[in-house]
Design a protein around this ligand. Sequence first.
Ligand SMILES: Cc1cc2nc3c(=O)[nH]c(=O)nc-3n(C[C@H](O)[C@H](O)[C@H](O)COP(=O)(O)O)c2cc1C
Length: 307
Amino acid sequence: MWKDWIRPFVRPLPQWSTVAIAPPSQAVTATLRWDGKLVDVTADHTVAALKPLVIATSVDAGPHPVLEYYDSATGRWLGILHLVRMAPVVTENTSLALYHVAAGEHRCLGWPRRPWNAWLQNRLMLKHQAPHHLAMEPAAVQQLMIAYLCPRPVVLVSVGTPGHQNIFPMDLIGPLERSGYFSLALRSTNVSQPIMRDVRRVALSNVPAAMKATVYKLSEHHKQPLPDWNALPFPVRPSREFGVPAVAGALSIQELSIVHSQEIGSHTFFLCRVMSDEQLVKGEQLHHTPGFYQAYRRRWGMPFAEV
Ligand SMILES: Cc1cc2nc3c(=O)[nH]c(=O)nc-3n(C[C@H](O)[C@H](O)[C@H](O)COP(=O)(O)O)c2cc1C
């Protein structure tokens, strides 16, 4: 069809693809490189804030390292982020490195589609920028997409106290393997952020990909608390140690104890310890990855299942 042929020339790829992947995703490996040294940080780097765009890792890789992403199946280089070291996070006698993303590029699309697609995406972002939203610069959104080359799992975060309950989706999360921490980056405007800083405990439900529509609907609870656990369109069950209501149909439920929190630009960065990890059922979890990486995989005949 001529329309299929013309589409890439007039319409950008979606920024994000919502895909179904059995965790842990091993599709992409991430390496930090500096001064001739190379460290695998696939399970040791997370997004700490969006504005400015900041990456956290347990590895101190000097003042100007690069973070590189490789496709595990083809062995090919997918993208790079150029990092600049910021002041570290210091807690419990441990120091975690924070890096500001200064620049980035990817090779998921060939030339000239790569710059043309970025131009179309950036134009669309500028056109739809609503004044009340967290308006990231288009260049920073392009860099964020590169950080999502390691597909990011989506979870539902539950907060439960006698006076406040809530459940909302997050994907700016993940392990910082070498330090043993797990981090969450939550917009400081989130209605439950002060409660989380106070009670210092949450439950994470790793949700099946089939729950996508329900998960997206719950993003309204970034702004307003949940009136009643019974109002949810799915059953909940108490988490193992904390007794915080979590998704009964989750693939797994983790309980996190928050040991440190600090504001970094637009977000509150929570450092947590995993207190329990209940593996309930095997299945595919909702993940986010950039549209250009899904296009790359499609070209190689191995697209992720889209939901
Ligand atoms: C699947 C999904 C994952 C999200 N993950 C995060 C997150 O990790 N951190 C965060 O602060 N907000 C997260 N959000 C919330 C949105 O980015 C946004 O802040 C929220 O929907 C409120 O929108 P607005 O204030 O921009 O209108 C997520 C939303 C969705 C649907």
